[in-house]
Design a protein around this ligand. Structure first.
Ligand code: AMP
Length: 215
């Protein structure tokens, strides 16, 4: 079963999907992390993706579909959380072609207002090695600028800089928000108020997954 975790940038998709991995034995694919890893490795796909990501634009649907198919086949029958996929109607249709093999259990929207998003993203810091996520105010590392988990340097994602946030939000509204109707029509849409503390969001997330009868 596949659980889709969606929401605007900064809504907490990464944090919540990590918590599913840690406490509910989920397998996780973050398409953003996969693209950043490809960029770091300097692959052809990675280089092309890097330029688009730096501008806050989406990477082409067919690239994402290849990444997602490969990961799902790799994960086998485990419960899977997709963090940040699908993000366009075409991606939702692509995923639906795999329905027989990889059925979608629910599409969970982490709902949050624009002002909160900007505050969260501007303070976000990410480990340059293990991708652990921190926030300068709400989730600071023990030592400033250093990852608690692996000791590597923390950095700000280039697409987390102020001027890029507005574009990513615009892209989200135009390309990703229409998916709410798509999944509502299929009775798969669920929502969580993501302005709550991350622990409260996770309690709600676990409850939703439990209601799905697949916990
Ligand atoms: P994220 O880490 O989820 O915020 O994603 C960072 C960036 O990766 C996005 O702004 C896009 O440029 C790219 N990206 C991640 N997931 C997708 C997707 N499903 N479709 C297209 N581009 C994506």
């Amino acid at each position: 079963m596949i659980y889709l975790l969606s929401g605007p940038p900064g809504s907490g998709k990464g944090t919540q999907s990590d918590m599913l991995v840690q406490s509910m034995q989920f397998k996780k694919l973050s398409t953003g992390d996969a693209l950043r890893a490809a960029a770091k490795m300097g692959t052809e796909v990675g280089r092309q993706a890097e330029a688009l990501m730096a501008r806050g634009e989406l990477v082409p649907d067919f690239v994402l579909f290849e990444i997602v198919k490969a990961a799902l086949r790799d994960f086998g029958t485990a419960r899977v959380v997709l963090d940040g996929y699908p993000r366009t109607q075409q991606q939702a249709h692509d995923l639906e072609t795999l329905q027989a093999e990889f059925p979608v259990a629910m599409f969970i929207l982490l709902r949050i207002g624009d002002r909160e998003i900007v505050a969260r993203i501007a303070g976000r810091r990410v480990c340059s090695q293990c991708q652990a996520v921190y926030h300068v105010q709400s989730r600071p590392p023990r030592q400033a600028g250093v990852c608690d988990a692996c000791g590597a340097a923390l950095e700000q994602r280039s697409d987390d800089m102020d001027e890029k946030i507005a574009r990513r939000l615009q892209v989200y509204r135009k390309e990703t928000e229409p998916l709410l109707d798509f999944y509502a029509q299929r009775q798969l849409l669920r929502e969580i108020d993501a302005a709550q503390a991350e622990g409260a969001v996770f309690v709600r997330l676990q409850a939703l997954i439990g209601e799905g009868g697949d916990a």
